[in-house]
Design a binder for this molecule. Structure first.
Ligand SMILES: *Cc1c(COP(=O)(O)O)cnc(C)c1O
Length: 383
């Protein structure tokens, strides 16, 4: 292991003084969280009906510029609802990336879909447009009613890229390919609240997308998620089926289809409102930390992963690349034993027991990255 990596552990303790061990990503409650929680409890509206839910939805709607926001119990549920409301049918294929958190693939399966996995780009860590083109030219067959997988006859319903650690992938190219093939684009934006390309929020090009407000995400509600869409019908459908498909009526109970109970409770939304009050502060604090890492890495010959030009990452989780797996393992052990939490990237989806028989393209970049990525502590710094 290089000496600079030992130096990095000292540097991280300097960036996050007084936290032992330095956590990978700790939530911070520095605003009105307690005040809003008290208001929420005093109001007695603690479930999904309540003022904080709509306030939180409005805050996210305004911040992202996406027309509709529907709060859900978690990001996985929001992902599942995005696909269902957009019209996925049982057995439809959804193309996603092998390098992602398991929730992406699970959400697809929970919506009745079959996930297939393609490669990512080495620089963006997100879905590779080249890999998507290759996959579609190999397996895709255009018909009047959509694109089908010619090896098994499944409809290819959607492409689901993910913006890894908040870094924006080549989403405009992916969107163009989806249009050419007449396939829905549904982004997993769970990690990319505040990440933009040419000023547009990630998810803007999608039929629908999802956010996560889990405890480790840049904005948290404890647990929570949100579906975002510019499509009026999808928003209405998602709201309906995630609220037991109950027809609006002051007192009668009539449910017109199979529904779910997946809406975010008002208690959680109260925390979210307080977090969103400070979103600009959170993002600039995280950017400053990323700049500190980047500057240090450059002068120490360490490969720090930065946003592509024309894009703006929220730098949810900072990441560096090791020279090989041996060095990665040495550094993970050394840093964790010396009071700094670091971690490797997720195991590729096609290597997990439930997805090991899935169809996938060449995963050369994903495999290369899987051996080398290390995430560094990235919480908002306390000042
Ligand atoms: C966090 C996350 C989700 C959603 O997770 P929940 O824990 O269900 O909120 C989905 N996809 C990715 C890539 C994530 O990182």
């Amino acid at each position: 292991m290089r000496n600079q990596l030992k130096e990095l552990v000292r540097k991280i303790k300097e960036i996050y003084p007084g936290e032992t061990p330095v956590p990978l990503h700790a939530p911070r409650f520095l605003g009105n969280e307690k005040k809003y929680l008290t208001e929420c409890i005093d109001s007695t509206f603690v479930s999904y009906v309540g003022e904080f839910v709509s306030r939180f939805e409005n805050q996210i709607q305004k911040f992202t510029g996406i027309k509709h926001a529907v709060a859900m119990v978690n990001g996985t549920a929001a992902l599942q609802m995005s696909l269902l409301a957009a019209g996925i049918k049982p057995g439809d294929e959804v193309i996603t990336q092998a390098l992602t958190f398991v929730a992406t693939a699970n959400g697809i399966v929970h919506a009745g879909g079959i996930p297939t996995f393609i490669d990512v780009d080495r620089d963006s860590l997100g879905m590779s447009p080249t890999a998507l083109k290759e996959y579609l030219s190999l397996f895709g067959e255009r018909r009047a009613d959509g694109t089908f997988n010619k090896t098994n006859g499944r409809r290819i319903f959607a492409v689901m890229p993910m913006h890894t650690f908040g870094l924006v992938c080549r989403i405009q190219e992916l969107s163009t390919i989806c249009k050419e093939w007449n396939i829905e684009l549904i982004e997993d934006t769970a990690e990319s609240l505040g990440s933009r390309f040419n000023g547009n929020h990630t998810g803007t090009l999608s039929r629908a997308c999802c956010l996560s407000f889990n405890g480790n995400k840049p904005v948290t509600t404890g647990g929570g998620g949100m579906l975002l869409t510019n499509d009026d019908k999808i928003a209405e459908k998602a709201r309906h089926i995630s609220t037991t498909a109950k027809r609006k009526h002051p007192y009668e109970f009539f449910h017109d289809e199979l529904g779910w109970n997946l809406r975010l409770p008002n208690v959680n939304a109260a925390i979210g409102c307080a977090q969103m009050d400070r979103i600009e502060e959170i993002l600039s604090n995280k950017r400053e930390t990323a700049e500190t890492y980047k500057y240090w890495a450059q002068s120490n010959d360490i490969d720090f992963i930065t946003e592509l030009s024309g894009t703006q990452s929220n730098y949810w989780l900072n990441a560096i690349l090791m020279s090989d797996k041996v060095e990665r393992d040495d550094f993970l052990l050394f840093s964790n034993e010396n009071g700094v939490q670091t971690r490797p990237v997720w195991t590729l989806m096609n290597k997990l027991p439930m997805y090991k028989n899935s169809l996938h393209g060449s995963l050369a970049n994903s495999e290369w990255l899987e051996e080398r990525i290390v995430n560094l502590p990235s919480s908002v710094r306390l000042k």
